[in-house]
Design a protein around this ligand. Structure first.
Ligand code: MEV
Length: 326
């Protein structure tokens, strides 16, 4: 039995624009996915036959990282699926890590590269932000240029992303989960079409890139006022790119007076928003009153790791497994 886990993430600044090669800043969160790999009679997920359609990320991870005899992959998730908190990246990273660890070839950069390929295949078009953050943990700055804290570079279709470690100061965020699941692939494709067709959309993407670089300095110096105002501006631009949702607007609005800033996080179209605040209880209450689910999270957590102890995964005959998708 080989068991690995990987954290979810929240994108502080830069989602969508990063798919075009602009910078992004993402933080690992304290919700994880655990994946365990054991020899089996057939390829299966939680002891149910693996189906490409139902287990898109896990079966693509098998194609990318395994190539061995049949295995069963057990997954256990603390991250709500489709919440914008990186469940697809965490399931991919933890599965790839468990497969490579089983073969005795575990190294973080290799896991990050393979996990990116898996996400790109399943999603249609992706950046390595979610997968590299889930793999490395802590904070991750994705940037077109190499700078301090460089970890690795990932390239695809003439775009390149340099992945950097970023220290995360003590900041308090509350997540507001809309409960609405929106798949990432179609939202990424929608933004691509808008950027191809419209000058304003291209400008919005460029401005998001600048916001991220300003946000890195504000994060490093824990300048909450500046960071909050950049989050607000980033949210406006994401709304212009057509990836917000009335429920996200409602939750962002509900947090306005009790937070430094608030924005949608991840692909949007539902999923979650985040608020930077010193008053997490009040912000949580405001999110709940507006009809969202508040989730208090810690940020800057450890990346993918091999787990020593099994936590009693589901066995044959128990609940069927679903693939986890953002
Ligand atoms: C999704 O969490 C983040 C996006 O920027 C897509 C990606 O980077 O692959 C929307």
């Amino acid at each position: 039995m080989t068991r690995c886990s990987a954290p979810g993430k929240m994108i502080l600044l830069g989602e969508h624009a990063v798919v075009f090669g602009k910078p992004a800043l993402a933080l690992a969160i304290d919700l994880r996915i655990y994946s365990e790999v054991v020899p089996s009679q057939q390829y299966s997920v939680n002891w149910h036959p693996m189906k490409k359609r139902h287990h898109a990320y896990i079966s693509a991870a098998l194609d990318e990282a395994w190539g061995g005899p049949p295995i069963n992959v057990d997954t256990e998730s603390e991250i709500p699926s489709g919440s914008g908190l990186g469940s697809s990246a965490a399931v991919t990273v933890s599965c790839v890590a468990a497969m490579l660890a089983r073969k005795g070839k575990l190294d973080a950069e290799k896991v990050a590269r393979m996990a990116f390929e898996v996400e790109n295949t399943v999603q249609g078009r992706a950046s390595p932000t979610d997968t590299s953050t889930s793999c490395h943990g802590f904070g991750v700055l994705v940037a077109p240029e190499k700078t301090d804290g460089f970890l690795w570079r990932i390239e695809k279709d003439k775009r390149q992303w340099n992945i950097h470690h970023c220290d995360v100061p003590k900041l308090t965020f509350v997540v507001g989960y809309t409960g609405i699941h929106a798949a990432t692939g179609p939202l990424v494709a929608k933004v691509k079409k808008l950027v191809d067709d419209k000058d304003e959309a291209r400008k919005a993407v460029d401005r998001i890139g600048e916001i991220v670089l300003e946000g890195v300095n504000a994060t490093r110096s824990a300048d909450k006022r500046r960071l909050g105002s950049l989050m607000n501006e980033n949210h406006q631009l994401l709304r212009e790119l057509g990836v917000s949702h009335p429920m996200l607007e409602k939750l962002v609005e509900a947090c306005a007076t009790k937070s430094y800033g608030a924005k949608l996080t991840g692909a949007g179209g539902g999923g979650s928003m985040i608020a930077l605040t010193d008053e997490p209880k009040e912000v949580s209450a405001a999110i709940a009153a507006a009809g969202g689910e508040p989730i208090q999270i810690e940020v800057g957590c450890e990346g993918a790791r091999v787990e020593k102890n099994s936590r009693g995964f589901k066995r044959p005959g128990e609940e069927p497994a679903q693939d986890l998708e953002d």
